[in-house]
Design a protein around this ligand. Structure first.
Ligand code: CO
Length: 134
């Protein structure tokens, strides 16, 4: 079902400092910050040769990562994103296997303009999983 690792998302308490660290200390190609109000986050993408790192910072009052940062003040790995060919087919297979899809189960448009779904971390070794149709 899953293909490439699309990105690893890291929640960060200071987006500018994190972007600067990846750009200046690690020498990575780093995007400008992008506000995603419908997801309650501001993102910076670190483009690596084989995958991306998505630096996430809360945007607005109801950010889904605010609680995570409250529990992990220094930041931390928030989710992994795997690519799938067809998100509707993947969703059906996951539900048939008893996995839980978060929200109302309808794919939303993610940070890259593609449909995404999130899967319950308790079903996947304590790791929040995002699947993205590519
Ligand atoms: Co993501």
């Amino acid at each position: 079902m899953i293909g490439k690792l699309n990105h690893v998302a890291i929640a960060v308490p200071n987006l500018d400092a994190a972007a600067k660290q990846y750009r200046s200390i690690l020498g990575a190609e780093v995007s400008e910050p992008l506000d995603l109000p419908e997801h309650g986050v501001t993102t910076v993408f670190v483009n690596l040769p084989n995958t991306k790192i998505e630096l996430l910072h809360p945007l607005g009052d109801k950010s889904p990562i605010a609680g995570f940062l409250a529990r992990n003040a220094a930041g931390g790995v928030h989710h992994l994103c795997y690519e799938v060919d067809n998100i509707a087919t993947a969703r059906e297979q996951l539900l048939e296997s008893g996995m839980r899809v978060l929200g109302d189960g309808t794919p939303r448009i993610g940070a890259h303009g593609k449909p995404v779904l999130f899967l319950h971390p308790k079903d996947f070794q304590g790791t929040l999983i995002e699947i993205e149709e590519v």
